[in-house]
Ligand binder design. Structure first.
Ligand SMILES: NC(=O)c1ccc[n+]([C@@H]2O[C@H](COP(=O)([O-])OP(=O)(O)OC[C@H]3O[C@@H](n4cnc5c(N)ncnc54)[C@H](O)[C@@H]3O)[C@@H](O)[C@H]2O)c1
Length: 458
């Protein structure tokens, strides 16, 4: 079998998963033939790791990307740079005749999004967006239950995501802390959540109203803690003994070798103070979305919570489905599996109209991001992936629809008005989603009613 040729651009923490998949798991049908990063130190680090695996891979700086494509002749470019650089590499790769596999968020604003939509249409190249959250077994199970019609057609969703003071705080230390890099948490993080809702409901958003603020990770909060001597970053900070957010990169081998030891190449500090004045992303966000299917959603995202995970409830014409999910405590690069689910804190309950509610046994998964990462590899990398009735493999259409909710939320926070998605981009088709229960389906009247208290029963 001829092996598919992959190159990677952006060689930070997340990219390692892709290097491993290609070199350790898929050696029969994939090979890594080029590495590219704007940081010479991280580039070298990955090339050294590849050499340890017995593979010599040529390296290229960010501005040698086109040279890499010309010399390595890849079939697929894997894009795992910081978010704001995705569009450049996605578009150049497609223009130069390659398919693309990109990390979320596909990009950070509407003009970059439009360029990706247009370039994909003009070149006809494939552009996969790796939405690993869809593949986490309990989240697939929610899709399965909604497709089964157990609660009828969904008319509204209550969705609340909590990021804790470990993982949530970390967004305020890294490049994510500035919207010019990440689009803020409405784009960077919530793209996962907005994609889940689009896919769970098999629909796309129409209007978005949002309100947000930075309430917690502020210089004033540091003052309230009495952290008056804090430095620009954790490294060498005079408050390191007292600050609950102090993070010592020297204590984490991966963080030390990837970031601390490569600062001289680009001046990037991965441990900036979470209370820094230059942060311009929100930590408290509330959003209302209307969908083409007629459904409504109320959504919130908070990044300074005591536990990490989410609660989501779907209100349907035949009942309500509630799903709660608790994740393990981690931050990116700390050496643990990112975003594993806590089985004891992950539940799914169904409450049919007029009958007693019941708990459903939750589908289990192991591995990163709720067990989604390993399932996703199989679907995205194998030459003959298993048939998927949930249509979880996403392309640039789903990538676009998911970020546009966040982009519209950012705009709504600025202007104070609801924002229409069709004002942001044009020529964007609906993704391929599985059919869902119809809103025209006749409903059966209940016979016996057992869920109601006696005084409400006839
Ligand atoms: N799906 C998930 O669950 C998940 C989890 C983590 C990260 N991610 C995504 O993966 C991507 C990478 O995140 P990360 O945590 O690895 O970040 P990171 O900071 O560790 O790595 C980013 C890498 O890109 C390089 N880079 C930045 N700008 C570049 C440019 N213009 N040209 C070439 N290289 C450039 C940096 O030097 C760095 O090596 C992001 O888009 C992030 O949103 C997704």
């Amino acid at each position: 079998m001829t092996k598919k040729r992959y190159v990677q651009v952006g060689l930070g923490d997340r990219s390692m998963m892709y290097s491993r998949i290609v070199t350790e798991h898929l050696t029969e049908y994939a090979e890594l033939v080029g590495l590219c990063d704007s940081n010479a130190g991280r580039l070298q680090l990955r090339a050294d790791w590849m050499r340890e695996q017995g593979v010599e891979v040529p390296t290229y700086s960010g501005d040698q990307f086109e040279q890499m494509i010309a010399e390595a002749k890849p079939d697929v470019v894997i894009v795992t740079t910081k978010d704001s650089a995705h569009d450049h590499y996605i578009c150049r790769a497609m223009e130069l005749g390659c398919d693309v596999m990109t990390e979320k968020p596909m990009t950070t604003d509407e003009s970059k999004c439009q360029r990706i939509i247009d370039t994909q249409r003009e070149t006809g190249r494939g552009c996969k967006v790796t939405f690993n959250y869809r593949y986490a077994p309990p989240r697939t199970q929610v899709k399965d239950l909604l497709m089964s019609g157990v609660i009828g057609n969904v008319v509204s969703v209550d969705f609340h995501w909590l990021l804790d003071t470990k993982h949530g705080a970390d967004y305020f230390r890294r490049w994510h802390r500035n919207k010019r890099n990440s689009g803020g948490l409405m784009v960077h993080k919530a793209t996962h959540h907005f994609d889940l809702v689009n896919w769970w409901l098999s629909t796309v958003p129409e209007t978005v109203y949002a309100s947000g603020a930075r309430n917690f990770y502020t210089p004033e909060m540091a003052e309230r803690y009495g952290l008056t001597e804090r430095g620009e970053r954790c490294f060498g900070c005079p408050e390191s003994e007292r600050c609950p957010f102090y993070m010592d990169m020297r204590a984490y081998p991966k963080l030390k070798s990837m970031y601390l030891e490569n600062e001289q190449y680009d001046g990037y500090y991965r441990d900036k103070c979470v209370f820094g004045a230059d942060i311009d992303i929100e930590d408290t966000m509330a959003v209302i979305v209307t969908y083409r299917s007629g459904a409504r959603m109320s959504y919130s995202l908070h990044s300074f919570m005591p536990w990490e995970g989410y609660t989501v409830a779907f209100n349907g014409t035949k009942g309500r489905l509630e799903h709660v999910c608790m994740e393990t405590v981690y931050f990116s690069g700390d050496g643990t599996v990112p975003g594993e689910l806590k089985p004891e804190g992950t539940k799914i309950k169904v409450f049919p109209h007029f009958h007693s509610g019941y708990e459903v046994e939750v589908w289990k998964g192991k591995g990163g991001h709720g067990g989604g990462d390993p399932v996703m590899w199989q679907h995205l990398f194998e030459p003959n992936p298993p048939e998927d009735k949930y249509l979880r493999a996403a392309d640039q259409r789903a990538g676009a629809w998911s970020i546009l909710t966040g982009v519209a939320a950012n705009r709504s926070m600025e202007c104070g008005q609801a924002v229409r998605i069709d004002e942001l981009v044009h020529g964007l088709a609906e993704p391929d989603y599985p059919p869902m229960p119809s809103s025209a389906e006749p409903l059966e009247l209940p016979g016996e009613v057992d869920a109601l208290p006696p005084w409400l029963k006839r």
